[in-house]
Design a protein around this ligand. Sequence first.
Ligand SMILES: [Zn+2]
Length: 235
Amino acid sequence: MLLKLTRRLYWQDMYMQEFDARVESVDGPRVVVDQTAFNPRGGGLVSDTGTLAGARVSEVVKEGEEIFHVMQSPTGIGPGAVVHGVLDWDRRLRIMRMHTSAHILSAVVNKETGALITGNQISPDQSRVDFNLADFDKEKISSYIERVNEVVTRGLDVRTFFMKREEALANPGFVKLANAMPPSDDMLRIVQIGDVDTQADGGVHVKNTLEIGKVVAVKTENKGKSNRRLYFTVE
Ligand SMILES: [Zn+2]
């Protein structure tokens, strides 16, 4: 059986700022369209915001295979209507820069210490990554951030492609969040940042690391004995 899922325009083109779509269903403030460029909340990323048919989209969420645009207030639109969507692009671009940075940061810390990521939150203003690491002092953090910025300035291309699930799972480095993937997906989307990081990932990224600008550490927190949280931003 073919599942009817919202076509993810953000996978075809992560730089799509506007799009047209047909309304499939409306339930109060929740609108489903046949295709969308809005990246839903998930994988640690906050959702995109913007407008649909001129009305505010406050959040976008994915439930099963469907993507719901949660409108600030109910709109007059109904099924069959053709609507125009516009993303809050400044916000989205910052999310992409932060997200690609988080992958590089995780790869750098993992290479240096073997630490794994236990959680992350990618937001436009400030993001955080949690590592299972006991030792995380100021000097170490500055050296990790320095390494991250070295990678950024190398101008690495970020490539996305699909791979058979079994093939991806055969490479332990590819699937760091395997249990976060729906088991029904027989194709996994892979995101590759030059020779630095390759993993299964559904989120939005910049095309080249130079777009990140500069990664800056904001603060760290101890979240338990061997859990360190690092907040960072991009400038
Ligand atoms: Zn990611």
